[in-house]
Structure formats: C-alpha cells, structure tokens
Design a protein around this ligand. Sequence first.
Ligand SMILES: [Cu+2]
Length: 111
Amino acid sequence: MNRRITRIQRFTRAALVSFASLLVVSAGNPTVELSHHQVSPTELTIQKGEAVTFVNRVNMSGGHRVVADDDSFSSPALEKGESWTHTFEQTGAFHYHLDQHPGTRGVIHVE
Ligand SMILES: [Cu+2]
C-alpha cells in the first residue's frame, strides 16, 4: 500500500513539474502564428535577448519555414502544430517572410 502511494506521488510530482515547465515556456515567449498567407501578429516588439516562438497552425505540404530577409535566422520546416523558438541577440528590425509564401511577411523589432 505504501509503495503504491509512493508511485502515485512520484507520478503526480512529475506531471506537475512538466505542466509547470510547459506554462513557463508558453507564458515566457511572445508567439507568432503562421498560416498560408498570414503571420500574426505581423509586428512584434521585444527586448534584446528575448525569444520569439513561431507556431505553424495549418497543413502545408513540406511545412512552413520562417526566413529572415537578411538571412540572420531561418527555421526548419514546421508541420502543423510544430513550433520553433529563436532568441534575438541583436537590436534592430528583423524582417522575415515565409519561404513558401514570399509575400507573407512580418517584422520583429528588437530594442
Ligand atoms: Cu502554406
């Protein structure tokens, strides 16, 4: 009986810890949502050293890639529901587009 309770407690503790770290990740980073012809929000302002998480929300053959116009960053191909986080270490305005939809654009202002 004691042994069983210990296992349940251990499981509960592990579940709480992973849930808490999930909350930290989702609460910590501003997020940009990607669809075929829209990024949302199109403009975002962050502080130097902060990270932005890009999440693809739609089905796209080959996934969506986020690419900086100046090539300072690029994501892997993101399938629906996948995300990628990039930390901005330099100040400036970083314009980017979706590789598959060059007209779909956004900008990250890093202060
Ligand atoms: Cu698309």
